[in-house]
Design a protein around this ligand. Sequence first.
Ligand code: PEP
Ligand code: MG
Length: 594
Amino acid sequence: MAPQPGEQIFRGIAASAGVVQGRVLVLDGGQVEAPERRLIPEKKVSSEIDRLEAALVRTREQIRDLQSKVRQRLGADDAEIFEAHALVLEDQVLIDQVIRCIREKRVAAEFAFHDVASGYTRALADLHDEYLRERAADLRDLTGRVLRNLSGKDATHDLRHLPEPRIVLAHDLTPSATAQLDRENVLGFATDVGGKTSHTAILAGSMGIPAVVGLKHTVHELSSGDFVLLDGFNGLVIRNPSDQTLFEYGQLERRQVDLHARMAENRDTPAITLDGHRVVLSANVEQISDTAAVIDCGAEGVGLFRTEFLFMERDTLPTEEEQYLAYHRVASALKPNGVIFRTLDIGGDKLSGTWQGAPESNPFLGWRAIRLCLQETGIFCTQLRALLRASAHGNVRVMYPMISSVDEFDEANRLLEQCKGELRAKSTPFDEALEVGAMIEIPSAVLVADALAKRARFFSLGTNDLIQYTLAVDRLNERIAHLYNPTHPALLRLIQMTVEAGKRHGIWTGVCGEMAGDPALVPLLLGLGVDELSVAPPMVPMIKHLVRRLKLSEAREMAQSALQSESSVDILARSRALVQRTAPGLFEIRPIPL
Ligand code: PEP
Ligand code: MG
């Protein structure tokens, strides 16, 4: 698609499928709306500067006021925080720069202040010194205050309730903020940072909100009110799309609607290959409200329920009763189909209000998931009791995340047995035959998979993490996203080793990472012997369509030859070619959000 005059294409990473068009809402790092670039006539320049001065005076007063209140209530040390804000407001270099910007570019004071201040914020945020990085947050906070005083309105946005439909553009969005997005009015979103398997991207996929991540510095090039088309298939944001571009996307959409109608016909049929091999096709879920989507999409239950989202965006931990009711609701809604609840995997990029531990330099290698649970046993046992109680009302399984050794698995099971004892003592019912599995997402777990398979009833490959830990590639970092490579020969071997260890001990292996929902990789996974695929609900119809056209014998043959290959590009090409042969046109089919 050749760019048209006026049309401007920004390239990022496709994070959640779908195409949307509309006006954008640009948020800066502190969820403050970046102002529109409003031009002012020459004769209004001096009154614009007066307006700026007045807003700065008003902001200074507010800060002094706030400072004295905090001093009274919390003491001088805490009040000191606002000293930094006050100093920025007195920084003549910054203010002169804003005034110059108004004069020379003839832009409104809001735009000029935001423009200059966000330059400083970016510079501070990139520094290694933690103290200076925190000043970036101060500066954002202050910018919000000045903008509110300039516009006379509250410029912060509650993304849970947007007044009108918008495509949200932000430097970053946390997974917990994403989970709460206003599904009606947030048409799509785009962020400067992030990778394909960041939890923000995964959530967008499950929610069916088209998204592009890893746009690098695009957010600062767009202004609120710009008209864009967001293409979540190819990772594009197109400002001022031309008529031709809109026409081409319109055609694509019509083809999709057609093909999706055909795929939906498979909703109630099982995922069986042409040569009669049954694949369990389940869905990944983050929120209780997604249970309906699991039923609608034709999945056979839930292969991964990420329980941590129940713990986010709240000031207190969920009680046993609250958790029990939530798990019970999901398990009974999906009965007789099963639900695999993964125990709390907080940490990494998923932090919550209650769970902000001390900042870590390497959160993905830090206090996360089972490590945290085995130290905070009170929290872990509360969850285990709630899950056990829910198991009396449905087909429930449990799995532990981030298992790196047999000791961790044994210790988690010891606590589980302890919780069972407590429930038995109170005659509280639970499923005595509850199956417990291990997530395989750390290379060390693969290397001890035989020992784990003696203890676990199933394995679920968390390929999102397995890739990041095997290849030493941060799954969030857009700068090294090209190295985040699911078809690296090392990955194939680890998957094969896991599956074979499982088979030696008579247990099944599933994949619940994003690899399972990528049609190009499905033949590879099935050929390597994977028994279950768990994918975002909107992807289920397409994956089922594909499985029903594949022959397992061909997938096995292809996987065996891929295992001999030394090149990830070649491995991907082999798997893709098999898809193209068996389900022609599939790569033109784009999933439509449910
Ligand atoms: C994974 O790592 O593949 C996985 C499914 O878990 P999460 O994405 O929540 O880390
Ligand atoms: Mg994981």
